[in-house]
Ligand binder design. Sequence first.
Ligand SMILES: *Cc1c(COP(=O)(O)O)cnc(C)c1O
Length: 408
Amino acid sequence: MKYDKNFIEKIERQYGLPCYVFDEDAFRENYCDLRNTLKRYYSKYEIAYSYKTNYAPAICKIVKEMGGYAEVVSDMEYAIAKKIGYESSMIVYNGPFKGELLEEHLLNGGIVNIDNMKEIRRIIAFSEKVEKCFNVGIRVNINVGQSFVSRFGIDADSDDLKYAVELINNSKYLKLIGLHCHIGQARNLVAWKSRTEQILQLADKYIEGTPKYLDLGSGMFGKMDEVMASQFTSAIPSYEDYAEVTAKIVYDHYRNLPEEERPILFTEPGTTVDNKYVDLIAQIACLKKIKGKSFGVINASIHNLGDVCTSVSLPIEVVHYSDCSNRDFDAHDFVGYTCLEQDVAYSNYNKGIADSDYLIFGNVGGYSNVDKPPFILPQCAMIGVSNGESYLIKRRETVEDILLTYIV
Ligand SMILES: *Cc1c(COP(=O)(O)O)cnc(C)c1O
């Protein structure tokens, strides 16, 4: 989005600063681009939006309106999906720590991907108690060349997966209908191709007949500004590139089946669809120089921006507060309002800055507002913009909000 001083001052008056700005129109366009690109290769492709990356109800509702599923990993996220009107059949319940709403979800015909052996026994026991049949999926743990041992799912490289499938097949009420996998920090095409090929092999081996769905999880790069893309060691794949190592391979595998018998293919984008479409407008609170080093203290913190700002330099745009001519061109670290030394939101900005300038940090849609602790200051507001009109997504928090759960 493009920002000017008038627009920012209007936001400041209405909602206060800092403030998140969600670009609804661009979000919709990117969402459709991802979905349509994969659907061109495999018509039964569906998006299950990862709530943990940003569960702002306004955003989740847009996903719902565009036909997306909800991907949740806790009772809290499940409750949010329900609250905005999702049927259980459109909710994918994943994660290593499912709460007590899992049983309700099963009774309502929801999609569940089992993470571990204990969960299988829990679901079997429940099915026997209520004497009802449930369709379930398993999250498989495979290696796609990542440099760490993932702790999620059931190990496909030991006897565990075979044993898990036997438990399900031998149970009276459970049927295995899908497989899931998700590996973080493996966003390249080689890893995605491996993921797709392995899940197809495992489905052929372990699922009787054709699966109802295959879920490849998330971890695709989304679109990003060049200043950000250039900080990664390899080129950022396009959706077309990802489609060729996912949807195309799945299509080739099931091409001889009539369309209605082919499995649904899910991916679970969070950051891919939300990162680029939220900015944070912050402001310089004061400039200082200490032992030759220049700092700009800002009215936000790394907790507002999310962890990503500590590993890459976010795209940043400066809107001048005044037309004062003596801007400071030293390399500034933009540091947060907290009292933490590590609260560095941006290092070495040297394009000229003056007191009270506005800083707009881009690419903060995922793991930002949902990951902000009530540390030192309450959370700021979030607004959406569509067709040039702004609307409130989340009001700024107050001290009363923070104290609500404490006994005062
Ligand atoms: C975190 C997570 C996602 C979303 O991943 P991002 O690529 O970071 O958006 C999707 N599915 C599961 C199971 C996850 O744990």
